[in-house]
Design a protein around this ligand. Structure first.
Ligand SMILES: Cc1cc2nc3c(=O)[nH]c(=O)nc-3n(C[C@H](O)[C@H](O)[C@H](O)COP(=O)(O)OP(=O)(O)OC[C@H]3O[C@@H](n4cnc5c(N)ncnc54)[C@H](O)[C@@H]3O)c2cc1C
Length: 389
């Protein structure tokens, strides 16, 4: 076991920390209050190469893998989970391509993501189908000429407005089918006929990166943009498995940011003639969250290491889901504790605690809710994949 970061990961961490402190921190409150996409931060990510963190070098990225992306996201999430999500989106939609795309598709779609000349979104959820993925009703049928035609509505799609293309999962048979094999994955260009954006959501947190509906009315996908016409359910699950540590890193960074802020406040504010930091009851709250942050961080880095070693199939689901479950639940708990430590000040928008608190809740819902993660972890234990002898 080696707990040291490689020199290139350490360098990345310092770079991301600098960008987070200099660019993200001063913008976090305004991004939340205006709800406007921070194009300036995207430019900062582009200028520093961070958009290509996990894209392999042969496709123009830094080649620092899921671990690299988790490290960068942890830094961003200390101040803004919207900024962290912008980095996450560089992997969410490219995951299916990295796992199952053709060489031609990788060459066409990955370099623009790394260079920041294109953006993309991942479209799985539908109004009636979130956790129940096979409840999707978007259908792909063969086009009269060549390729496929897609019809349906995807919803809550992160980055919907900025995306130049979407990875869309759709059933290749009847919309009532529950056959996992009868799902395809398709790259849909934003500017294709039949593609439009429906309603946008008004969210409680992670504002600034819009979510909304992708409406497909006989949108045509040429054959070269079909990732797979079968087994798309499995591809979606593999993609999400490999993303668990990336979402977890958003939770770890948020918890770290909230706790560090609260600790500095406790040292400065006085009550009963002494700094709040001297009260044992408060110190123990800080200690408990600090211990959990370290646990979540280790789970996250290990899960990232697994994903980077191609270990994100069924046998590793327990380890991957544990990181997402634990780190995102911790984000909710840590932001609640940290807010409480500031008293009334924590409840006011003069401090970022209420922002952390609102943002944190998104993390236990996206990319598989906490309950879904518990189902996966339980199955891993009962199948003895997550086992101790
Ligand atoms: C801000 C935001 C951004 C998102 N971005 C994207 C995106 O980019 N792309 C995308 O495809 N989707 C996205 N989503 C959708 C997200 O993945 C779904 O919300 C999530 O999968 C849960 O689905 P649901 O909301 O339909 O909840 P439901 O599936 O309706 O679940 C409702 C409740 O029931 C629980 N539940 C459901 N099934 C079970 C079960 N078997 N056992 C125990 N409990 C269960 C859930 O945990 C939850 O508490 C986003 C969502 C949000 C909030």
């Amino acid at each position: 076991v080696d707990f040291d970061l490689s020199p290139s990961h350490r360098e990345l961490q310092l770079l991301a920390r600098r960008v987070a402190q200099e660019k993200i921190k001063p913008r976090a409150r305004e991004i939340d209050s205006t709800g406007r996409y921070p194009e300036d931060l995207f430019e900062a990510f582009r200028g520093t190469g961070l958009l290509g963190t996990c894209i392999p070098e042969e496709y123009g990225g830094l080649g620092l893998g899921i671990l690299g992306l988790a490290i960068a996201i942890e830094e961003a999430a200390k101040y803004s989970n919207a900024a962290a999500l912008m980095l996450l989106l560089t992997r969410l939609a490219t995951g299916p391509l990295l796992i199952a795309g053709s060489e031609d598709q990788k060459k066409r779609f990955l370099p623009p993501i790394a260079a920041g000349t294109e953006r993309a979104s991942f479209c799985l959820s539908e109004p009636q189908a979130g956790s129940d993925v096979m409840g999707m009703r978007t259908v792909a049928r063969r086009a009269e000429g060549e390729g496929w035609v897609l019809r349906g509505v995807k919803c809550w799609i992160s980055g919907i407005l900025q995306a130049d293309w979407y990875v869309v999962f759709a059933k290749t048979s009847h919309p009532d089918s529950r056959d996992h094999r009868e799902v395809g994955a398709f790259i849909v260009r934003r500017n294709s006929p039949g593609v439009s954006i429906g309603r946008l959501d008004d969210k409680m947190g992670v504002r600034g990166v819009d979510t909304g509906e992708l409406v497909l009315e006989d949108a045509h996908v040429p054959p070269e943009d079909v990732i797979t016409a079968s087994d798309g359910f499995k591809l979606a699950m593999l993609s999400l498995n490999s993303m668990r540590p990336v979402v977890a890193a958003r939770g770890v960074g948020l918890a770290e940011g909230a706790l560090m802020y609260a600790v500095r406040y406790l040292k400065e504010r006085h009550a009963f003639g002494q700094p709040l930091a001297s009260f044992q009851g408060l110190r123990w709250e800080v200690a408990k969250v600090a211990a959990e942050i370290e646990a979540a961080r280790l789970l996250t880095y290990r899960a990232a290491w697994l994903a980077d070693h191609g270990k994100f199939d069924k046998a590793f689901v327990g380890y991957l889901s544990t990181s997402k479950y634990y780190a995102t639940e911790l984000a909710v708990r840590a932001s609640s504790v940290a807010l409480q430590l500031l008293g009334a000040a924590g409840y006011m928008k003069d401090h970022p605690m209420e922002l952390y608190y609102r943002d944190a809740k998104q993390l236990t819902i996206v990319e598989g809710t906490s309950q879904v993660q518990l189902n996966l972890i339980a199955s891993a234990v009962f199948d003895e994949d997550l086992w101790w002898d």
